[in-house]
Design a protein around this ligand. Sequence first.
Ligand code: ZN
Length: 315
Amino acid sequence: MSNAITISEVGPRDGLQSIDQIMPLAAKKAWIAAEAAAGVSEIEVGSFVPPSLLPQMADTAEVVAFAKTIPDLDVAVLVPNFKGAERAIAAGADKISIPFSMSETHSLNNLRKTHEQMIEEIKAVADLVARQPEASRPYFEVGLSTAFGCTMEGPIATEQIVRLAEQSIAAGAQELCLSDTTGYANPAQVRDLVKRVKSAVGDDKLNSLHLHNTRGLGLANVVAGLEVGITTFDASLCGLGGCPFAPGASGNIVTEDLVFMLSAMGVETGIDLDALLQTRTILAEALPGEPLYGFTADAGVPLGFESTQNLKAHG
Ligand code: ZN
């Protein structure tokens, strides 16, 4: 069964790394299992960064091991570098994603690497991935972060993004994702940049968008992405995460609102919205006091809305 659109839940990584509370391992497992049961087919379950930097992610290897026991779930992780990729492969991740900041200032601040050094790192990770036995070889994606603007540099030139995208593919990335790390993107910009990058690297090499809802444009940006052939959208349950620069703003786009919108538009996601909404209680209980976002959860689904219409359509 294949769905028109894949929703990749990134809350266990992007959401949890952005808040101070550390979610207990048991709660992470319950969250991942519940979302998978609701029909979510890909979950970014953590990142392999040094625990001294992100104690929230210290148990990622155990989370991966658990998630791998769930049938048909694609288990994704983020890695900052080669060393992280080695740990991700040892843990058995299905997909590894390395963030590559289109802003060199951000890259130097965040990962202490120039663009040239990052391309070398991507090459090294691609070679490592290629050396793995086919049965256990992960899928390797490069996430072009700060692609829609940087808090330190402001707008990033499209020509620069296109060049770095081409270099990433040449270095061995199987696929790219455009990331609105800062929540700066608008729908016109999404349409334009997706088209430009797709035409440079090949239509099949860019299928994913990683969006934040910092300025309330997250779902508008999804619609723009749909119009230009994007088929995978990252989202976070309860919009977990927030933004250090915008108090009160949510983090990633809210998975529940995204599923509601796509289902209402008749776009196949394979996710049962009622079951998904119920998984919010896991976060509410495990992260006391943490702001949880979501218009659909607050307002309820509209009268007559059939949350399992997608599943029924598939039989
Ligand atoms: Zn993000």
